[in-house]
Design a protein around this ligand. Structure first.
Ligand SMILES: C[S@@+](CC[C@H](N)C(=O)[O-])C[C@H]1O[C@@H](n2cnc3c(N)ncnc32)[C@H](O)[C@@H]1O
Length: 317
């Protein structure tokens, strides 16, 4: 079997430049793992192999690795996700709390220095979006929080404490919203009247910055995405996590990364091309088949890239 047999080299389709998971009730997803068979093909799990799932979430992908007879170290920074995983009591799964950017240290703590594969399925989970109290969604009124780990600076701190220019740059950079300055001005004006405490109030403030908005994609979508990325340092974690994953892979080990918007995919693509110890397995990102896109809205914006650790450091020079 050749590598091109292994992972279908699907053409890039009409992948939206920006799409997050917050596009209405129908856009909410379950923890059905995206690109499941493609991930299994990329990681090639088998009895005796050891994997890191850096984004354990609802353990959808992990279950597939376990079913193939592999052992999995599942990492998540969300204490609620970890609690659910522990309750599930899956044989072969070791649950580790932390940020996947620290996976090398977390695995070393468990006595593991090399693994046969690493999976990152980045972003928020259905549980996080649907949990009304977490503040990830502008559809549900909740305190502005958005912290996956429940620690550090929250969205409330950012929205109510940052300078206008800082807010504008976060909204522009991570939300790619061309009205970022106007939105930031609106936020600063509104918080001078009273602190912005809830998701719905913030969404209303953003809506007012969009002249003539009546229907279509909610104007708050990009700003919520931007705040979530900033609060959780998602792009920084991804950069660190990719390096950590590469260093953990044994020769022949596989790395598979699923991303959901262009900012993330760009980082993954550049990393896989730039790390000389890896051989990319996907020339172009693998996207979900139409049937999966129809049944799972989250799959519509998913892109999978994979790579294999070269046999020796010698070969990577
Ligand atoms: C999209 S979900 C993963 C879903 C999972 N693959 C499944 O099939 O059920 C992403 C999960 O990764 C976690 N996560 C996101 N960024 C993380 C990070 N930097 N470190 C650790 N966990 C992270 C989130 O808390 C969330 O539970």
């Amino acid at each position: 079997m050749t590598e091109s047999d292994l992972i279908p080299d699907l053409p890039e389709s009409n992948f939206p430049e920006i799409e997050d998971h917050q596009d209405g009730p129908e856009g909410r997803f379950s923890h059905v793992p995206v690109l499941a068979s493609e991930v299994v093909a990329a990681l090639a799990p088998a009895p005796g192999k050891v994997y890191v799932d850096g984004t354990l979430g609802g353990a959808g992908h992990t279950r597939l690795l376990l079913e193939a007879g592999a052992a999995v170290y599942g990492i998540d920074q969300d204490p609620f996700a970890l609690e659910r995983a522990r309750e599930a009591g899956l044989a072969g799964l070791t649950v580790l709390e932390g940020n996947y950017r620290d996976m090398a240290a977390l695995l070393a703590g468990a006595g593991v220095t090399h693994v046969d594969g690493v999976l990152l399925d980045i972003g928020v989970s259905s549980f996080q979006l649907d949990d009304g109290g977490r503040g990830f969604s502008y559809h549900t009124d909740a305190p502005l929080d958005m912290r996956m780990s429940q620690s550090g600076e929250s969205a409330y701190d950012v929205v109510n404490g940052y300078e206008e220019a800082e807010l504008a740059s976060i909204i522009y950079e991570y939300g790619e919203d061309r009205l970022s300055r106007r939105i930031a001005r609106g936020i600063v004006y509104a918080r001078e009247q009273a602190p912005i405490e809830s998701t719905v109030r913030l969404a209303e403030i953003i809506k007012r910055a969009y002249p003539g908005f009546s229907k279509g994609i909610h104007p708050a979508r990009r700003t919520f995405q931007a705040l979530r990325i900033h609060v959780n340092d998602e792009l920084g974690a991804l950069r660190d996590g990719l390096s950590a994953a590469s260093s953990l892979l044994a020769p022949g080990g596989r790395l598979a990364v699923i991303s959901f918007h262009s900012l993330e995919d760009r980082i993954v693509k550049r990393f896989l091309l730039g790390d000389e110890s890896l051989t990319p397995l996907t020339k172009r990102p693998v996207i979900a088949a139409e049937s999966e896109q129809a049944s799972n809205p989250r799959a519509r914006s998913a892109k999978l890239r994979a790579a294999e650790k070269k046999a020796s450091a010698q070969e990577s020079v």
